[in-house]
Design a protein around this ligand. Structure first.
Ligand code: GAL
Length: 677
């Protein structure tokens, strides 16, 4: 098999280093020395050096040790840890420990406990058990953040601040009275006039008109469905509340520790409830945690999607992989261990797509506590293990990839991604319980991955002009501004492919007037007269040989032409896939759930490029720097693959004059001799 690496446009500018104080690609992980006797720290640092570790995150859950009782602090142990690390030339990503308030905090402030949607006050004894709107929590978090910032601002090991840990990870929403009050204040800022809120929420339905702000509650469990617009605003409010908490910490750190970047670790594509696009604008450096869905076949495709999404919210700049695992996690139903070589492929997969670090949870496996069965860089069995050997090998390899830092990933295709649309689509009482945002985005993404393409995820309201083709899976919530932008994109020559149940409602979950798919109806040149959800397991056949499930529609052409018809099912004889030429471009519509090859066939017909002749499981990503192009090839298959490309291979040091073998299960990073690649 061979590939001719395509010619790119102009070489890219080299971006500024992401972490000015870090010399290379970050390698290391969460380091929790507080779980170990002090003499172990010396072993840790020695072994870190052996493995090539240059960056560790410290103190993430250490609040109770740093502030053993309210207002009294013990930084002695942390001073010694930082000293040891610094002496060993290991940079520190110092955390604010605010994800795990100490037991004394909850005893003093029982009102700060999280209340779930059923109204239950949740217990403590884990982490993130606090209400994000709690003034007591905010004050305590600000105090410990200030203390840390004052003490360590000038520390030579300090390279990055790590605020909190996975905001909203397990406490995304709180329904206590304090939260309800904060929700009302948020609503007042958003709407100013109660009439406008009543309009936006459509409260004349079921007689819900509010006459006083004080009547509005957090959308707790109710006998039946609570107003979806209210729920949607509560989700926005909750994401914003966590963001406020981050911004408060970040501002303290900026003020007291100027010049040191601040990040917080995202859980992109896994934590549904945080609108990371809004968050990315507030962090100095985007960082992400990613864990494989261990039991899922081809789970490296989901990894690639998360990495592309992270780079995209970072606006194409580099980002940090803050956590992943060396092998199994401990919190999935069956925690499948990684196979030999998989750790390397996973780390390189993130790196290929813009990560400038490969960091893990965690450095040393814990003996106690909830995560003792989670893999680590240093397993319970120590250094005579496969995992340790693979960790050391990875550390050595990353040191050879420094020049990738600051180079830019080249994307072939844009995919629209929108958190509020995800939230809204999956509220109760949609036409089918089988509608899933992530399922549709993943299916479209998989088609790009299998075509050996790289995707950017974009906001439908952003500049889209750089993408010859744009995929729009399940954009249920489509604002008028997004619709106008998408229409301009097509008129100017773009190819748009939209899936069913897109363009349906506005930002208030109000159906766009005039028939579905409201906001996109003119652009797509179709009217959907009726949704025709399918029974469980029911399939419909199309006249191109494909078949769909879950969903069908009564589509009426209104300027578009039918590219496929339904052969059977509730829409038999009607259009299933349509094409509408608008200006210099084309807008396609797919009205049923196509997956796998069926979806790929239609997307290719619509103009999705694909690189033929490559083995199915070969992942390739291109990068551009000021002087060189790079091709990162990851072979997830069990047969060697050959690439027709010349250049230097950075991992092996080999030089090719025309052909490169990417061994089965292996990784190769090629630097082209030419400025263009
Ligand atoms: C992350 C979290 C870590 C650890 C890890 C285990 O979500 O940030 O602290 O719990 O999961 O996989």
């Amino acid at each position: 098999m061979s590939i001719v690496v395509p010619v790119h446009s102009e070489p890219a500018d080299q971006a500024e280093p992401l972490l000015p104080r870090l010399a290379g690609i970050g390698f290391g992980g969460d380091y929790n020395p507080e779980q170990w006797p002090e003499q172990t720290w010396y072993d840790d640092v020695r072994l870190m050096r052996e493995a090539g570790v240059n960056l560790v995150s410290v103190g993430i859950f250490a609040w109770a040790l740093l502030e053993p009782s309210p207002g009294s602090y013990d930084f002695g142990w942390l001073d010694r840890v930082l000293e040891l690390l610094h002496d060993a030339d290991i940079a520190v990503d110092l955390a604010t420990p605010t994800a795990a308030p100490p037991p004394w905090f909850f005893r003093r402030h029982p009102e700060a406990r999280l209340v779930d949607r059923d109204g239950r006050v949740l217990g403590v004894g884990g982490r993130q058990a606090f209400c994000p709107s709690s003034p007591a929590y905010r004050a305590a978090a600000a105090r410990i953040t200030e203390q840390l910032a004052v003490r360590y601002a000038g520390h030579p090991a300090l390279t990055l601040w790590h605020s909190h840990n996975e905001y909203g990870g397990v406490n995304a929403h709180c329904y206590c009275e304090t939260s309800a009050e904060a929700f009302r204040a948020w609503l007042r800022r958003r709407y100013r006039h109660l009439d406008d809120l009543n309009d936006a929420w459509g409260t004349s339905f079921w007689g819900q008109q509010y006459g006083d702000w004080a009547e509005i509650e957090a959308p707790r469990v109710a006998p039946t469905v609570v107003n979806p617009a209210q729920q949607l605003d509560f989700l926005r409010f909750s994401s914003d509340t966590h963001l406020d908490n981050f911004v408060a910490e970040r501002n303290i750190l900026h003020r007291l520790s100027p010049g040191v970047p601040v990040t917080t670790n995202f859980m992109i594509a896994n934590c549904k409830w945080i609108d990371y696009r809004r968050w990315a604008a507030e962090v100095d450096v985007v960082s992400n945690d990613h864990y494989l869905q261990a039991e899922q076949p081809d789970n490296h495709i989901e990894l690639a999607m998360a990495a592309d999404l992270t780079r995209s919210v970072a606006d194409g700049r580099g980002w940090l992989l803050m956590e992943h695992s060396t092998s199994a996690v401990n919190w999935q139903p069956r925690n499948v261990a990684k196979q030999p070589g998989e750790l390397r492929r996973n780390s390189m997969g993130h790196l290929a797509r813009g990560a400038e670090s490969a960091l893990f949870f965690q450095w040393r496996a814990s003996r106690s506590g909830a995560e003792k069965f989670h893999s680590a860089m240093l397993p319970h069995s120590g250094t005579a293990t496969r995992v340790w050997r693979e960790v050391c090998a990875l550390g050595a390899e990353l040191a050879r990839l420094d020049e990738l830092r600051g180079t830019q990933v080249v994307a072939d295709v844009g995919v629209v991604w929108d958190w509020p649309s995800w939230w809204a689509l999956e509220l109760e009482w949609r036409p089918s319980v089988d509608l899933s945002y992530l399922e549709r985005v993943s299916a479209f993404y998989e088609a790009t991955w299998r075509g050996h393409l790289t995707a950017d995820f974009v906001d439908a309201e952003a500049d889209l002009s750089r993408y010859p083709i744009l995929l729009v899976p399940s954009l249920y919530l489509t604002t008028a501004a997004a619709a106008t932008n998408l229409a301009a994109y097509v008129r100017d020559g773009g190819t748009l492919v939209v899936s069913y149940f897109s363009g349906i409602v506005d930002e208030n979950d109000t159906v766009h007037a005039g028939g579905h798919p409201g906001a996109l109806r003119d652009l797509l040149g179709v009217t959907v007269e009726e949704f025709l959800p399918l029974r469980e397991g029911e399939r419909v056949s199309l006249d191109g040989g494909e078949s769909g499930d879950v969903w069908a529609e009564h589509v009426v052409l209104d300027g578009a032409e039918a590219m496929r018809h339904y052969l059977d099912g509730p829409a038999a004889g009607g259009p299933a896939v349509t094409r509408h030429r608008v200006g210099n471009g084309t807008a396609w519509y797919i009205s049923t759930r196509l997956t796998g090859d069926d979806l790929s066939v239609v997307l290719r017909e619509a103009g999705l490029p694909h690189r033929d002749g490559l083995p199915e499981n070969l992942e390739i990503v291109r990068r551009l720097g000021p002087a060189h192009g790079y091709l990162i090839a990851i072979n997830h298959g069990d047969r060697d693959a050959t690439l027709a490309v010349d250049g230097d291979e950075l991992l092996t040091g080999a030089r090719s004059s025309g052909e490169f073998v990417v061994p089965a299960g292996g990784v190769r990073v090629l630097r082209s001799q030419r400025a263009r690649m």
